[in-house]
Ligand binder design. Structure first.
Ligand SMILES: [Zn+2]
Length: 435
């Protein structure tokens, strides 16, 4: 008797579940959602209509009218992140219909309206390969820690932070006195760049590196200044100030360089010879293009940032603004090649171009670029990056033994979480291959 009741109950529940399953998946519900969407659309409630057109398409993806009205509603509604993404996907969809061609025609006008007055920019140089790397605005003010140094160096670097804050209108900084609390760390080290044979050679004043954790979360930006130039002389105030302005741009997320000499983020700005002399009184000012690029970078949804929960509907969908991965990588390749042509004996250019070749799947060229990088490497930071990147490339090629050797070389230079994680991953692959 009891058994029977149980059976009955079970059957009833299954029937109910099946019933609603059928309802959700029949074409009958497609016209229903479409008509609901259409009513909202006709009364000008474009945002409200979108989800009904989408639900109509979920139940019947071939509903041509729903695709078309969805596209119309997306272009007339609020350009939120989700709506930008949906329009971009419609424009790139495999179904070639009216909806797709209309979406395609609307991508550029939408992009232009989002970029607005920021159209003069070098945003392709700002992105790091395919990634949008930047701080989360919600975590502002960014905390800055200074290592002990000469008061004049410190003062000029602080002034450079102030210029970014004032000129941008949205960047904020705050000094902290414990290194473990900071987002941006300012360090000082003895000169270790290329040697200068003549009086007017190029030399670096500072470099910026970032650290990310194993979840690809941005931990910290480190700006390292040399204490003096290759001749052992102190840097002038303008050298420190101008360099700081440029390096802070990197620390905020602009990973590459502008190719316009009027911008602070110009590739040559932190080299002495071409732009300013060590004793020049000239002080740099952020250009309109520098500020446009930074503002636009902070409107794009980041793929690497310092906190979780970064998603906001008012952000820009990166592929809409920048194009797809392939288009971005082509632009990056161009940019880094120009940098190498200009500074053929700086390791950094070759390290960067290697990462692009690797992302493009061209391991041969990536390895060749790393060989060049290694030829010109002068400091530990460069040597670390070369070994680390080599290890990742061998790993991707499934040459785990070579990967392990390079990763161990990297570990000798920097024993941190990122490198240890890589070594653990490689060892895991080796032991599973031997089983
Ligand atoms: Zn730079």
């Amino acid at each position: 008797m009891i058994k029977k009741i149980i059976n009955a109950v079970i059957i009833t529940i299954i029937l109910v579940v099946l019933g609603s399953f059928i309802w959700n998946n029949t074409m009958i519900s497609s016209p229903y959602f479409f008509n609901k969407g259409k009513t909202l659309y006709n009364s000008g409630m474009y945002d409200g209509s979108i989800k009904f057109f989408e639900r109509s398409l979920q139940t019947n993806p071939n509903n041509t009218a729903a695709r078309y009205f969805l596209t119309l509603a997306l272009t007339k509604g609020t350009p939120t992140y989700s709506h930008q993404e949906a329009l971009y996907n419609m424009a790139n969809s495999k179904t070639h219909d009216m909806a797709q061609s209309y979406a395609k025609s609307q991508i550029i006008p939408l992009k232009e309206s989002l970029i607005g007055e920021m159209d003069d920019n070098y945003i392709y140089s700002a992105v790091q390969n395919k990634d949008i790397l930047r701080w989360n605005i919600e975590s502002f003010p960014l905390k800055v820690y200074f290592e002990q140094t000469k008061p004049s160096y410190r003062e000029n670097i602080k002034k450079a932070f102030e210029q970014w804050g004032k000129a941008s209108g949205f960047l904020q900084f705050k000094e902290v006195y414990k290194p473990e609390e900071c987002d941006i760390e300012i360090k000082f080290t003895p000169y270790s760049g290329p040697k200068c044979e003549s009086a007017n050679c190029n030399y670096a004043v500072a470099t910026t590196t970032n650290t990310t954790d194993k979840y690809h979360r941005l931990n910290r930006m480190i700006i390292t200044f040399y204490n003096s130039n290759p001749f052992g002389e102190e840097f002038s105030n303008s050298e420190i100030y101008n360099t700081a302005l440029h390096e802070i741009g990197h620390a905020l997320g602009i990973s590459g360089h502008s190719n316009n000499p009027n911008d602070v983020m110009y590739a040559g700005s932190h080299r002495v010879s071409s732009v300013f002399s060590p004793y020049s009184k000239d002080i740099f000012y952020l250009s309109k293009r520098d500020l446009n690029t930074m503002t636009l970078l902070y409107r794009l949804a980041p793929s690497i940032t310092n906190s979780k929960g970064w998603f906001y509907e008012n952000l820009y969908y990166p592929p809409l603004i920048l194009g797809n991965d392939e288009e971005i990588l082509k632009k990056k390749l161009d940019e880094y090649q120009k940098y190498i042509d200009k500074y053929p004996n700086y390791s950094g250019g070759y390290i960067n171009i290697a990462t692009v070749y690797s992302s493009m799947g061209n391991n041969k060229k990536a390895q060749y670029a790393l060989d060049k990088a290694s030829e010109f490497a002068t400091n530990d930071n460069e040597k670390y990056l070369i070994n680390y990147n080599r290890a990742v490339m061998y790993y991707n090629n499934q040459d785990f033994e070579s990967a392990l050797n390079c990763a161990k070389d990297a570990l000798k230079i920097k024993n941190d979480e990122t490198t240890n994680t890589l070594i653990r991953d490689i060892e895991e692959m080796i032991s599973s291959a031997n089983q």
